[in-house]
Write a protein that binds this ligand. Structure first.
Ligand SMILES: Cc1ncc(COP(=O)(O)O)c(C=O)c1O
Length: 510
């Protein structure tokens, strides 16, 4: 075994052949080249993070082109391709650019539904991916609840917990965003019932035990999680009951009887609608508190996204979220902040809820996507269930993915990528604002000012906008019914923003 690991340690990092910009170096030298460029302190965010990144998109065929069409037809024989957006060639993708089979190369501001943090084939991640630690984690995947590896504490402390939101010092690791939310809901319900019984030390009653096996109260209690209209929290059974974005996600699936509260519908530009927006948020807060007090299935926790993402990029002010914190505290209900899409730097803070400056932290914060792993953070020890195996599954996360997140965190720190995203975001927003002034019909409700690159706007011909963008070399996604959403990676810089803005100008003026 030890000799096998030594052998893996001697393996050189994979070198990808990238004809688009003739990369022949290995991961190590690319990492140091990137570091050297980024360490030019005279203008750290003006220099490209990856010196050998392509200079711009290249589109030489319609997308999909002939080779992609053939491969898609082949794939369709064995895998449903009806949701396919683009057949990618990841070996040929690099940095902010995604490649296809036909030699096209697009500037990617969608980034695998907001989940690639530091660039395709990032050299530092390649080093982590080819490390002996990673090899061991991949081939000896532990059942973490029963057989955690000897250095699991250290992997957590130097990775996931190093970036824990203020006030939260523990984590339950999971495998995806839906899973992170569902396990957070379970923690909330167990906490609530534990409290009702009189504390963690109080034993379950025989009635609790017996009725739980028949899905009856009191063992299976009629408690609920409150979410917000248009919110998205995943597609598993519990998370889907809190998802309220689109019927297509929910149709035909039995749902829990859980409440939804209205999310503020703000008017833009914000500066011109201050009073109306304040009143709208007040109305929503009053409604939220009324539901918490009156809903027939008592609310154990409220879940909220800092920016409703899948539901259309709907924002609310820090005052609204602080209001939710006050209401939940007042009513002894937990507050779960779903940072699956907003977390890991994209809003110009590591966690989007840092923008709120709350005196008291949320009770739980869920994460996934750019973390490439998943889970929920918490601080209150009472959120650990009173007995083992109550919050449990085979894998309970994945050390390989946790090692990758640690490498992502190191890369974010090394290149100061949260600050980069804040600055690039301002630049991008200003550019979009200028185009909006020229074409107010084409770019409506521009939102996300001061929120890094987490920017969106409504387009009257949204789907055509997204499709036509590909022909101009931009891979971009939508959210909700009419929003164009920007989700570039944290290595997106001003020179990428210029390419993007130029394409937007062409799209709205054509
Ligand atoms: C805010 C939010 N929560 C939860 C999820 C579900 O994550 P997953 O698709 O990894 O289950 C998503 C996915 O888009 C999301 O945006």
């Amino acid at each position: 075994m030890a000799s096998l690991l030594r052998q893996v340690a001697r393996l050189r990092p994979v070198t990808f052949r990238l004809p688009v910009h003739s990369i022949t170096t290995n991961a190590q030298s690319r990492a140091s080249a990137a570091a050297a460029v980024a360490h030019d302190t005279s203008s750290p965010f003006e220099q490209p993070f990856f010196a050998d990144e392509p200079h711009g998109p290249r589109v030489s065929t319609p997308i999909p082109g002939p080779k992609s069409k053939k491969a898609i037809a082949e794939l369709n024989q064995v895998f449903d391709t009806r949701s396919l957006n683009m057949l990618a060639n990841y070996q040929q993708s690099y940095g902010n650019y995604i490649a296809d089979l036909d030699g096209n190369l697009l500037l990617d501001v969608y980034a695998q539904i907001a989940s690639i943090p530091v660039g395709y084939n990032n050299p530092s991640l390649l080093l982590a991916a080819t490390s002996p630690d990673m090899a061991s984690a991949l081939i000896n995947r532990p059942a973490l609840g029963n057989f955690p590896q000897h250095d699991w504490a250290s992997i957590l402390e130097t990775g996931i917990l190093k970036v824990a939101p203020r006030g939260l010092n523990q984590v339950f690791t999971a495998m995806a965003g839906s899973d992170a939310n569902e396990t957070a809901y379970k923690a909330a319900f167990m906490w609530r019932r534990q409290m009702e019984r009189g504390g963690a030390h109080v034993e379950f009653s025989p009635e609790d035990l017996e009725t739980s096996m028949n899905n009856q109260v009191p063992g299976s209690p009629h408690l609920s999680i409150m979410s917000f209209t248009s919110g998205f929290h995943g597609r598993l059974f519990g998370s889907l009951s809190t998802t309220r974005s689109k019927p297509i996600h929910k149709l035909d699936i039995p749902a829990f009887d859980w409440p939804q509260s209205p999310f503020p519908a703000l008017k833009y530009p914000l500066e011109e609608h201050v009073q109306e927006n304040e009143e709208e948020e007040k109305r929503c807060l009053e409604q939220a508190e009324r539901i918490i007090k009156e809903y027939h299935n008592p609310v154990a926790a409220v879940i909220v996204e800092p920016v409703q993402s899948e539901g259309g990029d709907n924002h609310a002010s820090p005052a609204f979220f602080k209001g939710i914190r006050e209401i939940t505290k007042r009513n002894n209900v937990l507050m779960i902040v779903d940072e699956v899409q907003t977390g890991i730097g994209a809003t110009g803070k590591f966690w989007a809820h840092e923008h709120w400056n709350m005196a008291q932290p949320p009770d739980m914060v869920t994460f996934s996507k750019k973390a490439q792993t998943a889970g929920y953070y918490f601080g209150n020890p009472a959120l650990r269930p009173n007995k083992p195996y109550r919050q449990f599954n085979t894998w309970m996360g994945d050390p390989a993915r946790a090692i990758l997140f640690r490498a992502i965190i190191n890369e974010i720190e090394r290149l100061n990528l949260v600050e980069n995203t804040a600055l690039t975001g301002d630049y991008l927003f200003n550019g979009l604002e200028r185009i909006q002034q020229q074409y107010p019909e084409q770019i409506q409700n521009l939102r996300g000012k001061g929120q890094g690159t987490f920017i969106a706007f409504d387009s009257p011909k949204r789907d055509a906008f997204l499709a036509n963008a590909k022909a101009l070399g931009i891979n971009i996604g939508g959210s909700g019914a009419k929003a164009v959403r920007l989700r570039p990676m944290l290595i997106f810089q001003k020179h990428h923003a210029d390419i993007f803005l130029d394409a937007v100008q062409k799209l709205v003026s054509s």
